[in-house]
Design a protein around this ligand. Structure first.
Ligand SMILES: NC(=O)c1ccc[n+]([C@@H]2O[C@H](COP(=O)([O-])OP(=O)(O)OC[C@H]3O[C@@H](n4cnc5c(N)ncnc54)[C@H](OP(=O)(O)O)[C@@H]3O)[C@@H](O)[C@H]2O)c1
Length: 262
């Protein structure tokens, strides 16, 4: 029987403590991968590690990606200390705060650039040497459907995701000769704390109950519901696997059919 087999593969998972990142950790561990779990909250990472299959194989790294240099150095130190090589990187963290583009403070753009693009480039420099040595690399960026259709009231996010998407597309062509692929997952509305915050903020702005906002959002989705985080993680596991060796430089929307563009 054909299945997704990540035994012998080691994966760095960003934003692993909650939401989509956590689901990726759970699914990739079930597929046999050994994990490095990264986010800011050490206790949550420790609890997650304990809950995973083969808990003792995994490592945690509590670090703040908005301090890109510190984070990449901490990752390098962990890899050196433990003698770890990486094959897979799920590039994920928290999204910028919702709000209009025109009224966002300039500092919000600087901070998002640091956390999403500068940190990505710095982490890339840490993970790339092992991927090249292994002649196997899977870089999977969790970004947003906004790279196809900007989402109202997510001004900073819409802007920074486009930069990450073009960074990824450029890399996909550069790194292919080493057996490294670079792809983007575009999650649709996915049931996580991030989605709850977005719904809450809109409900406050529009002065209506959160349930009404949630129903308005669901009405945009042909599937008629929000995604479960593991539905995004299954797509990540496939792209991380040897089965996806010839898929490179794509945007894969996991959005229940919400996007209107092809
Ligand atoms: N949920 C959706 O509907 C949806 C839709 C489209 C795109 N997305 C995007 O997909 C990504 C994941 O979304 P999600 O819904 O899973 O978000 P979430 O529930 O808010 O989880 C975010 C994760 O990232 C970690 N994190 C946040 N800031 C960090 C930082 N500065 N450094 C290191 N780790 C950090 C958080 O853990 P700690 O607090 O422990 O650091 C947490 O594990 C985000 O970029 C989001 O914008 C989500």
């Amino acid at each position: 029987m054909l299945s997704i087999d990540l035994q012998g593969k080691r994966a760095l998972i960003g934003g692993a403590s909650r939401g989509i990142g956590r689901a990726c950790a759970e699914v990739l561990a079930r597929a046999g991968a050994q994990l490095v779990l990264l986010s800011r909250n050490q206790e949550e990472l420790q609890a997650l590690k304990k809950s995973l299959p083969r808990a003792n194989e995994h490592h945690i790294l509590a670090t703040d990606l908005s301090k890109a240099e510190e984070s990449s150095q901490a990752l390098q130190n962990l890899l050196d200390k433990q003698g770890l090589e990486l094959h897979i990187w799920v590039n994920n963290s928290g999204g910028p705060a919702p709000g209009a583009a025109h009224s966002a403070p300039v500092e919000a753009y600087r901070q998002a650039f640091e956390q999403h693009l500068v940190a990505s480039q710095m982490i890339l420099k840490v993970v790339l040497p092992s991927m090249r040595r292994q002649q196997y690399g899977r870089i999977i960026n969790i970004i947003s459907t906004s790279v196809r259709e900007p989402i109202p009231n997510l001004g900073v996010s819409n802007t920074i995701r486009a930069a990450v998407a073009n960074w990824a597309k450029t890399l996909s062509r550069e790194l292919a000769p080493w057996g490294i692929t670079v792809n983007n997952i575009l999650p649709g509305f996915t049931q996580t704390e991030r989605l709850e915050q977005i719904i809450q903020k809109r409900a406050e702005q529009e002065g209506c109950p959160t349930e009404e906002i949630a129903q308005q959002m669901i009405a945009q989705v042909p599937a008629g519901r929000f995604a479960r985080p593991e539905e995004v993680a299954y797509a990540v596991a496939f792209l991380a696997s040897p089965l996806a060796s010839y898929i490179n430089g794509v945007h894969l929307a996991v959005d229940g059919g919400r996007l209107h563009s092809a």
